[in-house]
Design a protein. Structure first.
Length: 150
């Protein structure tokens, strides 16, 4: 948690110094990101908790889109697949059209390591790296000024 707080502090300080524009965070992930097992994921999921912390700790304006989907792996979010990756692109395009800075939080991997079940599981570690790189590279090609938090 200390590392997460340090990262969020750094991001807050960086965005506050750079501009007064809003920063839109697109959270890409699985059920943990989505908040599936939580009674009130709108307020208790990791993205919602992150936004609450940022609101309390920063004068900068933040907004977010939760693109977490239960049971998904890096394979499901590959740009070539289109489905879940495209939902993240739609959120980013809408935010960018409003002039927001973009930050992508990519938290995939739990389902990739499953022995069986989700698409492609278990994903070999080298393939996992390749998949994450493909996702990050595609985001940076489309949004060159964006930041990606892995």
């Amino acid at each position: 948690m200390k590392h997460l707080n340090l990262i969020l502090f750094f991001l807050t300080a960086t965005f506050t110094m750079v501009t007064a524009q809003e920063t839109h965070i697109i959270f890409i992930g699985n059920s943990i990101t989505q908040g599936v097992i939580l009674e009130e994921p709108q307020t208790t999921s990791p993205p919602a908790q992150t936004m609450a912390w940022l609101a309390a700790e920063s004068d900068h304006s933040f907004s977010f889109t939760n693109c977490g989907v239960s049971g998904k792996t890096t394979i499901d979010f590959l740009p070539a697949k289109g489905t879940h990756f495209n939902k993240a692109l739609e959120a980013a395009d809408a935010a960018r059209a409003k002039g927001a800075h973009l930050l992508f939080s990519v938290m995939l991997g739990t389902n990739d390591s499953a022995i069986r079940g989700p698409l492609g599981a278990p994903v070999h570690p080298e393939q996992y790296q390749t998949n994450i790189r493909a996702i990050a590279d595609a985001l940076l090609v489309r949004y060159p000024g964006a930041m990606i938090l892995l």
